[in-house]
Write a protein that binds this ligand. Structure first.
Ligand code: NAP
Length: 248
């Protein structure tokens, strides 16, 4: 895969899956805009690694839950590069609790960070990309948005909403040639899954046909495919990256 003369904004790219998406897409020739919320040093380190490998990167700090900041960030990128070619809505949080103990604030915070932010990103991308009649967006949802999960009514609602929202954006974007797709990772080795207790990790691995957690690179490469012209006839789709877990 090769991208030439194009850029991409990746939200939540200071660590985990987002950092790997940034490195992978830069390796395929894209200028990457690395977004972070609090991890400025980590974001700078991702940029330095990309540049050391001969790629092009810029860092843009903002909280994706802040609509005005997200709108401003897209404007900054378009002003700097003349366009926003691609967007990956990757930033996400969890705040797990059993439903009976979950406050409305716990629910709303996760919906705002994961789903409302992706809505704002998709909307601003559609406006910016629509002007050029070129672009593609990938939203990073989750297997939990397809299956549900005990202790994650807030997170699963945010990711399930993201899957159907992506289809609706795909329908609205199609006339302008803008594609919107989702990936739904299963269990991927990052800080988010590191937080799980060892016995819970083992129980999950037992349910994964490929017998291991995924590597962030395996998610990043699926995203690169969906953004690329190789996926030029794919829109509104959800690509599962879960080691076969949906079959188990
Ligand atoms: P992670 O290691 O916890 O990293 C999360 C990233 O998102 C960090 O860069 C963080 O930046 C950023 N972020 C969080 N809230 C933000 C906000 N309000 N504004 C801007 N950036 C924000 O998570 P991950 O495991 O890489 O997950 C990445 C995405 O994949 C998430 O959407 C997650 O739901 C999804 N996913 C993960 C798994 C998995 O197994 N790991 C499975 C399915 C789906 P700062 O550090 O600067 O705050």
């Amino acid at each position: 895969m090769k991208f030439t003369g194009k850029n991409v904004l990746i939200t939540g790219a200071s660590r985990g899956i987002g950092a790997e998406i940034a490195k992978t897409l830069a390796g395929f020739g894209l200028k990457v805009w690395i977004n972070y919320r609090s991890g400025a040093e980590a974001a700078d380190a991702v940029k330095a690694e990309i540049e050391a490998a001969g790629g092009e990167a810029a860092v843009i700090g903002f909280d994706v839950s802040d609509e005005a900041a997200f709108v401003e960030a897209v404007k900054t990128i378009v002003d700097a590069d003349g366009e926003l070619s691609y967007l990956v809505n990757n930033a996400g949080i969890t705040n797990d609790k059993l439903a009976m103990r979950m406050k409305v604030e716990d629910f709303e915070d996760v919906i705002r960070a994961n789903l409302v932010s992706a809505f704002v990103g998709c909307r601003e991308a559609l406006k910016a990309m629509g002007k050029k009649r070129f672009g593609a967006v990938v939203n990073v949802a989750s297997i939990v948005g397809e299956t549900g999960n005990a202790g994650q009514v807030n997170y699963s609602a945010s990711k399930g909403g993201m899957i159907t929202m992506t289809k609706s954006f795909a329908l609205e974007g199609a006339a302008r040639g803008i594609r919107f797709n989702c990936v739904t990772p299963g269990f991927i080795a990052t800080d988010m899954t590191d937080a799980l207790k060892e016995e819970i990790k083992e129980a999950f691995v037992a349910r994964i046909p490929l017998g291991r957690f995924g590597d962030p690179k395996e998610v990043a490469e699926a995203i690169a495919f969906l953004l690329s012209d190789h996926a030029g006839y794919i829109t509104g789709e959800t690509l599962k990256v879960n080691g076969g877990m949906n079959m188990a």
